[in-house]
Design a protein around this ligand. Structure first.
Ligand code: Z5A
Length: 212
C-alpha cells in the first residue's frame, strides 16, 4: 500500500436518529484534525439508478419490491470503484446508511427473508466500523413528524428496527450502538472516539469483504 488507507465508517439507525447531522460533524472534525475525510450517503440520488430510487421514495413511481431492493444494491455497487479509490488514497469515508439499511428495510416487507436480502450485498467493501444510532420512538417523535416519503410510518419503522436488531447479532461486523438521545455534541464525542480507533486499526490492513 503506497499510503495508509482510509477507513470505511458507516452510520445506521432509526428515522431521525441524527445520522446526517453526525456524519457531517464527523467529517468536519476529522478534516480539522488533519485526517482526510469525505461523506457519502445511500441512496445516492444523483446517479441514474439513484433517480429511479428517489422517484420511488417520493411516491412518484411504483416499483416491484424485489426490483427496488436490487436497485438500492446496484446504487451501492456502482459507487464501489470510487469508494475503493478514495480509501486507497487515504481518505476516510463516512457513509450515511449502507447495505444494512438495504437489508433491514426490504426484509421488513412481507414475504422477504433476511438471507435473500443480504445476497446482492455480499462482496461489497466491508465497513471497518458500523455505528447504530439508537433512539426510542418517543424521542424520535419530538424531532418532528414523519415526512411524506415511502416507509415513513411508525408500524413499518418498528419492523425495520427489529430487523436491525437481528443484523446486529452478526459478530463478523464491527457494530457499536450509540445512545442517540444525548445532545448533538455528546453523541459526536462518542462517535469520534470509536471512529479514531477504527481509523488507526484500519490503516495497515486491506479493506475487508462484506458477508463473505
Ligand atoms: N433505504 C432503503 O430502503 N434501502 C437502502 O438500501 C437504503 C435506504 C440505503 C432514505 O432516506 C430512505 O431509503 C430511508 C431508508 C431507505 N427511509 N426511511 N425512513 P434518507 O436517507 O433520504 O433519509 P433518512 O435516512 O430517512 O433521514 P432521517 O432518518 O430522517 O434523518 P437522520 O439522518 O437520521 O437525522 P438528521 O437529519 O440528522 O436529524 C433529524 C432531526 O433531528 C433534525 O431536525 C436534527 O436537527 C435533529 N437532531 C439530530 N440530532 C439531534 C440530537 N442529538 N438531539 C436533538 N435533535 C437532534
Amino acid at each position: 500500500m503506497a499510503c495508509k488507507r482510509g477507513a470505511l465508517i458507516v452510520l445506521e439507525g432509526v428515522d431521525k436518529a441524527g445520522k446526517t447531522t453526525q456524519c457531517k460533524k464527523l467529517v468536519q472534525a476529522l478534516e480539522m484534525s488533519g485526517r482526510p475525510a469525505e461523506m457519502m450517503r445511500f441512496p445516492d440520488r444523483t446517479t441514474t439508478i439513484g433517480q429511479l430510487i428517489s422517484a420511488y421514495l417520493e411516491k412518484k413511481s411504483n416499483l416491484e419490491d424485489h426490483t427496488v431492493h436490487l436497485l438500492f444494491s446496484a446504487n451501492r455497487w456502482e459507487l464501489v470503484p470510487l469508494m475503493k479509490k478514495k480509501l486507497e488514497q487515504g481518505i476516510t469515508l463516512v457513509v450515511d446508511r449502507y447495505a444494512f439499511s438495504g437489508v433491514a428495510f426490504t426484509s421488513a416487507k412481507p414475504g422477504f427473508h433476511l438471507d435473500w436480502c443480504k445476497n446482492p450485498e455480499v462482496g461489497l467493501p466491508k465497513p471497518d466500523l458500523v455505528m447504530f444510532l439508537q433512539l426510542n420512538p418517543l424521542e424520535a417523535a419530538k424531532r418532528g413528524q414523519f415526512g411524506e416519503e415511502r416507509y415513513e410510518n411508525s408500524d413499518f419503522q418498528k419492523r425495520v428496527q427489529t430487523r436491525f436488531e437481528e443484523l446486529r447479532k452478526d459478530t463478523t461486523v464491527n457494530w457499536k450502538v450509540i445512545d442517540a438521545s444525548q445532545s448533538v455534541e455528546d453523541v459526536h464525542m462518542n462517535i469520534q472516539d470509536h471512529s479514531l480507533n477504527a481509523i488507526n486499526k484500519a490503516q495497515d490492513t486491506n479493506v475487508g469483504v462484506l458477508w463473505q
